[in-house]
Design a protein around this ligand. Structure first.
Ligand code: SF4
Length: 66
């Protein structure tokens, strides 16, 4: 099962992920990013991949877990 993984040491809360996929990522007033979807569905996968690509800090990754 694919999971969206966040490296909190790298994330700076710039919300590029939220702009790409607001249904999956939310950045709050304290610039803390909250993952709204941990396991993207098939239909959400392209957007999840785009968010991973567009994170300027490379804080996001998709991991395949059993
Ligand atoms: S785009 Fe990357 S650095 Fe920016 S809030 Fe999202 S995960 Fe964090």
């Amino acid at each position: 099962m694919i999971r969206i993984k966040v490296n909190r040491d790298l994330c700076e809360g710039n919300a590029a992920c939220q702009r790409t996929a607001p249904e999956m990522f939310h950045v709050d007033e304290q610039d803390v990013m909250h993952l709204l979807v941990e396991h993207p569905s098939e239909a959400q996968m392209e957007k999840a991949k785009a968010a991973v690509r567009r994170c300027p800090k490379r804080a996001l990754s998709l991991v395949d877990e059993p």
